[in-house]
Each structure stands twice: as structure tokens, then as C-alpha cells.
Design a protein around this ligand. Structure first.
Ligand code: SF4
Length: 205
């Protein structure tokens, strides 16, 4: 199917909000760009299937970068890894949805990714595949609830209704993942450089 996304317009929309967009044809190109931006800096990583599938943590560790990522930590060390990630030089993650007018929409269960993107390190890098691009805020939430939450719940062995049915039931259980919904209209003041690397391939959930 032809890619009908107007990446030039998306890039302009992101720039108008003070994000630093870069558009790449492939995940490999975006990976090289992320490694170039990071250089020798330390990196905290938020929960992200995109980052996992791109094997960015492995590449960073091979380069000698300090990496804090709770997905690599043992169960009893995950909280410490999440906390440390917020204090590294760069915060690396994806976004659950990216609107064509340049807003980043996310749902978070624990809040560490929200903290990293909103009040984390001075530099943030978000990598977003084309499957994350949507036309409106309503579509963003719909996409997250339909395509991100159910597989995320299954991955973490959470007994949520969406894990069983594939649909959101607006649950109230303790394993609920949709505890925080946030829209980044623009980078917050503490974040001095907020990179958004858009990839013309499907990536992550
Ligand atoms: S509110 Fe509950 S059922 Fe709905 S997507 Fe979130 S975790 Fe799943």
C-alpha cells in the first residue's frame, strides 16, 4: 500500500512546536542517527518495543555508553533502574501515537516514561514508526487502546480485560495500564533538545 503520509508537513508541524524532527526511510538509518546524537552520553530508556526491536540498548552498550533500562533489570532492581534512567544525560523511548499536527500522545501505567519525557534529562530522543502516525487526538487514544495496550498487557502477564478480549473495557483493576494519559504539545522547559526521529517503516506497538 502506498505511504500517503505527508512527512514534509509532519516535520514542519513538529518544528513549529520546537521539537527537532528528522525523517528516515529505515529503522537502520534512524538507529545510526540516534547513536550519532547520543555520542558518548549516558542513556536512560523508557519501556519501548521500538527501542527493543531496534536493538539500541545492545548497540549503546557495545559502544561503551552507560545504559539504564528497567527492561534489562531483574525484578527487584526495576524500580532503581527506572529512577536512574531519569538522571542520565539522554532519555530514549518511543511514543504511543504521533498526530499529523505534531503532538505526542502517550498512555503510561507506572509513570516513569511520562516523567522522562516531561521532566527528565535535558535531552530526549523519541523514535516513532509510521504506524504511530494518526490524524487526531481521538484517533491517537483509539490506536493506543486497540494496538498498544492489549499486547503490552499480555507481555507483562497482566490480567486486564484488554489482554483477554483485545478491547478496552475502561477497567478499574490494580493491573490497569492506562493510569496516565498525556499529550506533549511541545517540549517542556527543562528539556533543552527534544528529538523526534520519524521512520517510514512500522516499528513497535
Ligand atoms: S483501561 Fe484497562 S482494559 Fe482499557 S486498555 Fe487500559 S488496561 Fe486495558
Amino acid at each position: 500500500m502506498a505511504d500517503i503520509i505527508d512527512y514534509t508537513a509532519l516535520s514542519k508541524a513538529l518544528s513549529s512546536r520546537r521539537f527537532l524532527p528528522e525523517i528516515y526511510d529505515t529503522a537502520e538509518e534512524a538507529k545510526a542517527a540516534a547513536l550519532r546524537i547520543i555520542g558518548g552520553k549516558s542513556v536512560g530508556i523508557g519501556g519501548s518495543a521500538t527501542v527493543r526491536d531496534m536493538k539500541l540498548a545492545e548497540a549503546l552498550q557495545a559502544n561503551g555508553n552507560e545504559v539504564s533500562w528497567h527492561w534489562l533489570a531483574a525484578k527487584e532492581a526495576k524500580k532503581a533502574a527506572r529512577d536512574k534512567a531519569l538522571k542520565e544525560d539522554v532519555y530514549l523511548c518511543s511514543t504511543n501515537a504521533l498526530t499529523t499536527d505534531g503532538r505526542l500522545v502517550n498512555i503510561d501505567g507506572t509513570g516513569n516514561r511520562a516523567a522522562g519525557m516531561i521532566y527528565g534529562p535535558y535531552e530526549v530522543i523519541v523514535i516513532a514508526g509510521r504506524n504511530k502516525i494518526v490524524g487526531s487526538l481521538d484517533e491517537a487514544v483509539e490506536r493506543i487502546k486497540r494496538y498498544a495496550c492489549p499486547p503490552n498487557a499480555r507481555r507483562q502477564h497482566f490480567d486486564t480485560p484488554c489482554a483477554r478480549t483485545g478491547q478496552c473495557h475502561d477497567c478499574r483493576i490494580s493491573d490497569r495500564m492506562c493510569n496516565v494519559t498525556f499529550i506533549l504539545e511541545a517540549p517542556t522547559k527543562p528539556v533543552k533538545a527534544f528529538h523526534v526521529l520519524v521512520v517510514k517503516e512500522d516499528l513497535g506497538l
